[in-house]
Structures are given as structure tokens and as C-alpha cells.
Design a protein around this ligand. Sequence first.
Ligand SMILES: [Zn+2]
Length: 280
Amino acid sequence: MKNAFTVDVEDYYHVSAFSGVISTKDWVKYESRVENNTNKILDIFSKYNIKATFFVLGCVAEKNPNLINKISKEGHEIASHGYSHQLIYNQSAKLFREETVRSKKILENIIQKPIKGYRAASYSITSKSEWALDILVEEGFEYDSSIFPVKHDRYGMPNAPKLPYKLKTIEGNSIIEFPLSTLNIFGFALPVAGGGYFRLYPYAFTRFALNKINKGNNPFVFYLHPWEVDPDQPKIKAGKLSRFRHYNNLRKCESRLHELLKDFEFDTMANVLNDSVIME
Ligand SMILES: [Zn+2]
């Protein structure tokens, strides 16, 4: 069973957990580590012969076109993570459209291939920002992977479907949605999809949860960020919860990634969706 491996290509100072202490205009003052960290992930993927989807932030692509080209040349899929990593439900529809078009053009100009997939910053397509899905359809996206069907303070649509499905938008368009993976435990959807949850749970639990999804004959989507394989990144002074979410178990992440890649089969999101039954 092939699962989708996804990497959200951004730097440690772009994350929503630090947006209260690092303003967008100060990003230039921080040391960029995204290129080295992404190269580290590319090397690991090539060791296990794994292809993945890289959701790239437009502002990162602008500064690192060679990196984006390299990812694409190595056979991975390039998709969009928006332009400036702002929460969609805090943006106007006009600004969202401008940033979406801008990031898509930047990526397409670099790799000379159409961009089909989208993932919002911090999974910020929620009941407050469902309108964004119509804009994605209108701008030529074929699938989205921004909906986290859980309860969380920053994201989540707890009642959304848990498996890939054809989503009907407010305007009556349709787009394929690959929601972030959860495990149903006693009627409760537990996020088991990667990132902070991958670092939080012991690896044996992640393996158990992902195996359970695959045994139900369903693919899961796993996500990781380049900064999660960089335990030596500069430490940002932020609130306790934000620091926990960002720094917890960073040192364990890379070795767990090797285990994961040995235990499961992965491919790009586009390929996994092509091979999957999409619920209507
Ligand atoms: Zn992100």
C-alpha cells in the first residue's frame, strides 16, 4: 500500500507557532537553513528510493530556485504551500487569490510543469475559510491537502471526512481533498500524520497507528518540515506551548524517519491519489 509522503518546505522562522514573536518583515534577519535541511531529506529519500510531494512556500522558492529544480529533477512532485505562510482564515479572498497565483507562477516558472496540489499554511482551511477552495479550483489546482479533521486551537474541521474524497465547494465546484490522516480510537480522531505528532509519540505508536490505517486498505498522508531534521537550529524565545510544539524531540526525528521509511511504502501525493478510490 503506497502512502503519500509530503514535505512542507519552509524555514524555522516561518512557522505559525512563532508568528507572535517574529514578524514577517523581520524574516530577512534570520539565518536561512531550509536549503541544507531539505537537502538532508532528499539524501534520505534517495537512500530508500522514495518519491514524495514537496509543498513549497513561494517566498522560499523565490530565494532558492536551484533547490526547487533539484527536488523536481530527482523525481519528486512540487506543489504549493502558498506564498507567505499566513493563516488563510485571517486573509481576505482577494489577498489569498493574489498569493496563490503568485506562488503557483513562481513554482511553474522554475520547474516548467503545472502545479496541481495545494496545502495551506498550518492547515488553515477551516469552516471560516472554505471559500478558499473555490479559488483553488478557479486557479487550476486539482487537489488540496489542507483539511485536518480534528479539533485544534489553530486548525481543524472535526466533522470532515477522514479519507481522500471529492469535495463539493460552496460554489458547487469540486476538488479532490486528501485530509491529514487520523486514527479512529473509541470514536475520537487522533492525529497521527507526522510533524509534531511524529515527534511526540513513541515511534512504536506511530507505526501501530499507520499500520492500522493501511490494514483498513486505506493510504495515509505523512508530513514533515525541513526544520524538523535540524536540532541545531537557532532557538527562538517564544511562549511555552509554542516552544514545546516546535522543539519537542527534534533530536529523535531523523532516526525515526529512517525507521518509518523502512516500515512503509511511499509515493507522491499525485500518484497515490491516482491509484486510490476517491469517495464521492
Ligand atoms: Zn507550513
